[in-house]
Design a protein around this ligand. Structure first.
Ligand code: NAI
Length: 494
């Protein structure tokens, strides 16, 4: 049996960095080296200010990186890390293609191919290559083809698929307690041996019955399918929120009632201003492209509907703001929350980007506060001028409306308690292990004090609207404070 002693991870991003921190801290006898072309990123991983924010991550990195017997390294020396490794994770980004065949839909595989070519160039002994990036079905075949064409003779490259299911904001908890670890392998002696070696790495902390081994192509497709199904649930509940607004039903109650059915379950049924993040949109579009290229236009159209509904939800929300504020749009608007969800500093594909851009295009003057998003990132994301505030109160000062776009706990004025409340909170947590997540938050931003809405009411200007794109506020209580409140999928309180 093959035993893994030395791991290299190509790509020090959200997935590569977090996954390797968890692998290294649970496998003290395995050396884990994470490499990247981006030298600044490597520098940041070697500092106290990591390039990504995830509750509990810094502590974990420090333990494995700086302890008495360090076994986690972040390096720019890709060649030697590849040379030394017996197992290589490929964790590079696979964004939507911007040019060429399939532009706007297919996944860009250039980064992945560059990484594979580098491995083929450098490797002088047998390697297990683990495709962790999200890729289209049958990419493993393309990778194997690159090795056959350009790998050194006599060196065996065994390709596995091991997609990552962590969610931003709960990455460490998800990695420590995954619902499952998926390993795809070919049905060859090499494939079986490589899958067993990778399974042993995970078995250091994950029960064996959660480590599932399947066919290579099924594993690749399972990742795209899982993201498509999760995005579809959000679009489904968002489509129902529009019906609620038109009828007077309440989407939180509808979602709670539906989620009690064990066949449906409560996760991912929280209505919102729309999903964001680097994965859902690109992976659903990639599935559409795959279906089209397989001459399955009906299947492509079905999944395209998930994206269309998400765009519709963002537009509907923006249109409602414009119609409520009418001609006075030019006065100050406060935006609370810019990341695509709470407990992350990731703004990629955040609903806030298109909503704020649409509002400024209509002449609005916007002031943004987010507890984690970096100021220069906000300015890179928005083409027109917006001001970025250091506190929620600064953003709300003299504003005529507050627009909540991320569900950061500090913005909520709801107490924890009732069954409906708790169900709604946990349904928003796709990881499904709230207890695991809570012991990771010590000392982190999630403990920030709650917004004093009575004070916000004092410092704002009329007409004092609150547009809650995440349903985090108790609209009744805010109405008592003199606000006009507009929520998603609820009767208007203005
Ligand atoms: P990321 O953009 O944060 O990191 C990717 C890193 O790879 C970058 O630092 C980039 O410089 C580096 N890179 C690109 N080409 C390289 C090369 N040839 N050699 C060395 N380094 C190279 O990406 P992220 O978010 O970590 O995603 C990686 C993959 O994991 C993607 O396929 C994504 O779809 C998937 N994924 C992402 C999740 C997330 O929450 N971000 C969750 C599950 C899967």
């Amino acid at each position: 049996p093959r035993k893994v002693k030395n791991i290299c991870c190509i790509g020090a991003g959200h997935v590569g960095g977090s996954t390797c921190a968890v692998i290294a801290s649970n496998n003290p006898d395995v050396v884990v080296t994470v490499v990247d072309l981006n030298v600044e990123r490597i520098k940041a991983w070697n500092s106290e200010e990591l390039p990504i924010y995830e509750p509990g991550l810094l502590k974990l990195v420090q333990q494995a990186r700086d302890g008495a017997r360090p076994n986690l390294f972040f390096s720019k020396n890709m060649g030697s890390a590849i040379f030394e490794a017996d197992l290589i994770f490929v964790c590079v980004n696979t964004p939507t293609k911007q040019t060429g065949l399939g532009a706007g839909q297919a996944l860009e595989l250039d980064y992945l191919q560059a990484a594979i070519k580098r491995i083929a160039e450098v490797a002088q002994n047998d390697k297990i290559i683990v495709e962790k990036s999200t890729v289209p079905c049958r990419t493993a075949e393309t990778i194997q083809g690159i090795f056959s064409a350009s790998g050194r003779r006599g060196v065996r490259f065994t390709v596995l698929s091991n997609p990552e299911f962590l969610a931003a904001g709960t990455a460490v908890a998800d990695l420590l307690h995954p619902d499952r670890v998926l390993i795809g392998r070919s049905k060859t002696p090499d494939g079986y041996a490589a899958a067993a070696a990778l399974a042993d790495v995970y078995a250091a902390w994950i029960p064996r019955d959660r480590i599932v081994t399947i066919n290579l192509f099924s594993s690749e497709l399972a990742k795209l399918s899982a993201n498509a199904l999760l995005a579809q649930r959000i679009s489904s509940i968002n489509s129902l929120s529009a019906i609620c607004e038109a009828t007077g039903a309440d989407i939180d109650e509808v979602s709670y009632a539906c989620g009690l059915d064990t066949r449906i379950g409560p996760s991912m049924l929280k209505a919102s201003v729309g999903f964001g993040g680097s994965c859902f949109r690109k992976d659903v579009l990639s599935l559409c492209y795959l279906a089209e290229s397989l001459d399955l236009p009906e299947v492509a159209a079905y999944w395209k509907g998930v994206i269309d509904m998400n765009e519709y939800q963002k537009d509907r929300f923006t249109t409602n703001i414009v119609s409520c504020l009418g001609h006075s749009l030019a006065k100050k608007l406060a935006v609370l929350g810019f990341t695509y969800k709470k407990d992350t500093n990731d703004t990629r594909e955040s609903a806030a980007i298109s909503i704020v851009s649409n509002l400024t295009a209509k002449g609005a003057s916007v002031s943004i506060y987010d507890p984690r998003a970096k100021m220069d990132q906000v300015w890179r994301d928005i083409d027109t001028y917006v001001s970025v505030s250091g506190s929620a109160y600064e953003a709300c000062m003299d504003a005529q409306a507050v627009i909540i776009l991320t569900e950061w706990d500090e913005f909520s004025n709801k107490p924890l308690g009732g069954a409906l409340e708790n169900a709604q909170r946990s349904s928003d947590n796709s990881s499904g292990h709230p207890s695991g997540a809570s012991d990771l938050t010590g000392g982190d931003a999630s403990k920030k004090s709650k917004l004093d809405w009575a004070f916000v009411a004092k410092i704002m200007c009329p007409p004092k609207y609150v547009f809650d794109g995440r349903n985090v506020v108790d609209a009744g209580k805010l109405t008592e404070l003199g606000f006009h409140v507009e929520c998603i999928g609820k009767p208007s309180m203005s």
